[in-house]
Design a protein around this ligand. Structure first.
Ligand SMILES: CC(=O)O[C@H](CC(=O)[O-])C[N+](C)(C)C
Length: 305
């Protein structure tokens, strides 16, 4: 085995661990606005002449904090933390694999070819979705129940167990098609915009690998927003589908028809402000966590990255 081939598994492991670190940072920074986004997306449409329960992002924030305290914004975080860490580990691993599969030589610089970075990102989205689907099903159900008087689930574990007991694995994987339609293109966009931003922010004559923390934060934040611009319509449909009664919709198209009939195309952008407000800090933190961890691991085990 050549030194180059021997170093490759180590590089994948570094991406996996660093992706996990990114996931922890992403959850801590993004959970409050994620709670607001989901609450806005799933609230029932009010009767004519009656104001919606939450009429804006700020209103939703105020009501959750006054009714449930600041921890209300962190409700249901156990599942994302336990879920997002492996999701991002697998996503960054998938991205490094996707890049590797397209490289003719190990020093082939992919970051200058956006379509290849996009393709590697789509593979990463597919990998991540295996964990994203059940994790989001549990998270959305818990966030929805925080608003309701009926408390069906005691927590993430209980929620996952009940779903599994009642209807098996297919209940946990409810929303698979919509999640794939959301995450495959959005993750392509995520990594493509991150690499592109890093190139734009690299001063003339300097290496892309020596970017300052502020520039990584900016590139990561913008990548998160680009991800959500692509993801949000499918995310609206997914959140509704995953929190609905089993017999409420026949399929993804049914949810789309209902949203368009009741609210028009604007309905597909419900929670957009909250998603954007969350995307920047959450993904800035995620990419910084990833890069710091990669720098540490490259210092610890040099020669493979
Ligand atoms: C839709 C989603 O989960 O996006 C992730 C970033 C975020 O803001 O949560 C990124 N990714 C799709 C790559 C997992």
């Amino acid at each position: 085995m050549s030194t180059e081939n021997a170093a490759q598994p180590v590089a994948f492991i570094k991406h996996f661990i660093s992706g996990g670190m990114g996931g922890v940072c992403l959850t801590l920074a993004g959970q409050p606005l994620d709670t607001i986004k989901v609450n806005l997306q799933i609230q029932a449409r009010p009767e004519v002449g009656i104001a919606p329960h939450y009429n804006s992002t700020a209103d939703c924030f105020r009501k959750i904090v006054s009714q449930q305290g600041i921890w209300g914004l962190y409700r249901g975080m156990g599942a994302p933390l336990a879920g997002v860490t492996p999701i991002m580990a697998v996503t960054f691993f998938g991205f490094s694999l996707g890049k590797k599969l397209q490289q003719k030589h190990s020093n082939d610089p992919l970051s200058s070819r956006p379509h290849q970075v996009f393709a590697a990102g789509m593979l990463a989205g597919l990998f991540g979705a295996v964990i994203v689907i059940p994790a989001e099903r549990v998270k959305c159900l818990l966030q929805a129940q925080a608003n309701s008087s009926v408390k069906r689930f005691a927590g993430p574990k209980d929620c996952a167990q009940q779903l599994y007991r009642e209807q098996g694995i297919q209940s946990l994987y409810r929303g698979t098609l919509l999640t794939l339609l959301r995450d495959i293109p959005a993750t392509g966009m995520y990594f493509m915009s991150y690499e592109w931003m890093k190139q734009m922010l690299t001063p003339e004559g300097q290496s892309i690998n020596n970017l300052s923390a502020e520039r990584i934060l900016l590139a990561g934040g913008v990548a998160g927003m680009c991800n959500w611009i692509v993801a949000i319509p499918m995310d609206v449909l997914k959140s509704r589908f995953q929190t609905a009664q089993a017999d409420q919709y026949r399929g993804a198209l049914d949810v789309l028809r209902e949203v368009l009939r009741d609210e028009g195309p604007r309905g597909l952008y419900r929670g957009f402000t909250a998603a954007m407000l969350r995307a920047f800090p959450a993904n800035a933190a995620c990419f910084l966590g990833f890069e710091v961890s990669m720098t540490f691991l490259n210092w610890l085990i040099p020669g493979s990255s």
